[in-house]
Design a protein around this ligand. Structure first.
Ligand SMILES: C[S@@+](CC[C@H](N)C(=O)[O-])C[C@H]1O[C@@H](n2cnc3c(N)ncnc32)[C@H](O)[C@@H]1O
Length: 409
């Protein structure tokens, strides 16, 4: 008879070390001070309801609150996203940092990096969240360095301004004036900014009344509440017993919903581009190009049941870029190639103009491949009054407080 000795479960220190190794491997933690902070902060104490191993997974966001519709509205963000944003912030000891959206863990990382000469102010609109954050910061000894405030972050936090960095940890559709006004010239705002339905964490450097990006990364965050709330709108094209297909609109023209519903029920056509992606290659830059180049490109979201029924080729809760033209639409898709590591990009069209719309989307995929494959989008934030003629050419997203401009080299 053989006996198996049970392995002792990994300790928090061992799990933290493994997490940090992974963050370095995926290039999320790069600088020595970021690595040191992630090695030090006992993040598992912020989520006592989770088992230790889950608390230290690099991609795990612990949802701590949902709204009445079941939408997540608060979480302790995934370690990889936290590390990536902190790297984007380019922090140094002694800096003053404003964090919008609390949880405690990220504020502790910031406090570790800016040190005793620096200051961290973390603001959350939800009293339950600030109470959790305060408890974690007291338990871990960061309460002396971090001020926790319950307020709508739309107004920043003038009492402790100016800041060298503003780090936003909630999805924003706009940059409220207070964030820029309370930031030193040359300072940085890192913000998960939603542009035409697509959210990217953008590092923006202040140059007077303009903000210019020097880093844009894919991310997902819970939506902003309060005065700056601005959610995407879902227009359902099909809704039956869990089989949902809908268009997510973010300032896009009002669609011909009846026409598009009929289009979804009609047979589809496919068009292929000859452009391929590696299996592990993200389409995030292509998608930014498509949203820059095409006027009416909302996102088509679908449930797995809708895909199983054959209504759409892929199920994506956030949605895939979809070109809409009147009563027809075409969405981005991929197919396998003879090379098991590469997938060909194409479009699936529906409606009376299906072929034309699918070919138009494919044409723009080819333009990206020919002219922009190794480029990265740049984001500029201009005041609302900036006239079109004074802006560089690109896609302008008009928001209540700013004109967000997406440009390409
Ligand atoms: C992803 S969580 C923050 C994660 C956190 N920074 C951490 O340590 O991982 C986003 C938070 O933003 C908060 N929030 C939403 N709208 C806000 C607003 N207008 N002002 C301040 N906080 C807001 C939510 O209550 C939520 O707790």
């Amino acid at each position: 008879m053989t006996t198996h000795q049970e392995e002792a479960p990994a300790s928090a220190e061992q799990l933290r070390d493994a997490m940090v190794r992974e963050l370095i491997e995926v290039d999320a933690a790069r600088s020595p001070h970021v690595v040191a902070a992630f090695r030090k902060v006992p993040r598992h104490l912020a989520t006592p309801e989770l088992d230790l191993a889950t608390a230290y997974q690099t991609e795990f966001a612990a949802i701590t609150k949902k709204d009445s519709d079941g939408v997540a509205i608060s979480s302790v963000s995934a370690a990889r996203i936290q590390a990536m944003q902190i790297e984007q912030a380019d922090l140094r000891p002694g800096m003053r940092v404003l964090e919008i959206g609390s949880g405690g863990v990220n504020a502790a990382y910031l406090a570790e990096i800016v040190g005793p000469e620096g200051l961290v102010v973390t603001v959350d609109i939800d009293h339950d969240v600030t109470a959790r954050a305060e408890k974690f910061l007291a338990e871990t000894g960061y309460d002396q360095q971090v001020r926790v405030v319950t307020a709508d972050g739309e107004c920043g936090m003038a009492a402790h301004a100016p800041y060298d960095r503003v780090l936003v940890t909630v999805q924003a559709a706009d940059i409220p004036p207070a964030w820029t006004e309370q930031l030193v010239d040359g300072g940085r705002i890192v913000v998960p900014l939603r542009m035409r339905g697509m959210t990217r964490t953008v590092a923006l450097v202040r140059h007077g009344d303009q903000l210019l990006s020097d880093s844009v990364e894919l991310c997902g965050f819970v939506p902003m509440q309060g005065a700056g709330e601005n959610r995407v709108r879902l227009v359902l094209l099909h809704d039956a017993e869990g089989e949902e297909v809908g268009l997510r609109l973010d300032g896009h023209p009002e669609p011909d919903a009846d026409g598009l519903r009929a289009a979804l029920r009609s047979p589809s056509v496919k068009a292929w581009s000859g452009v391929t992606l590696a299996g592990d290659e993200s389409s995030e830059h292509l998608d930014m190009w498509l949203t820059t180049a095409l006027d009416n490109l909302p996102l088509l979201a679908a449930t797995p049941a809708a895909r199983e029924r054959g209504l759409v080729a892929s199920a994506s809760p956030l949605g895939v870029p979809t070109l809409v033209d009147g009563d027809s639409f075409a969405y981005r898709t991929v197919r396998r190639t003879e090379n098991p590591d590469r997938f060909e990009l194409g479009a699936i069209g529906h409606g009376p103009q299906s072929q034309k719309v699918a070919e138009r989307l494919v044409e723009e995929i080819q333009v990206w491949d020919r002219e922009h494959r190794s480029d990265r989008a740049r984001i500029e934030i201009h005041p609302t009054g900036a006239p079109d003629g004074q802006l560089p050419s690109g896609r302008v997203v008009d928001r209540p407080h700013t004109r967000v401009l997406i440009t390409w080299p």
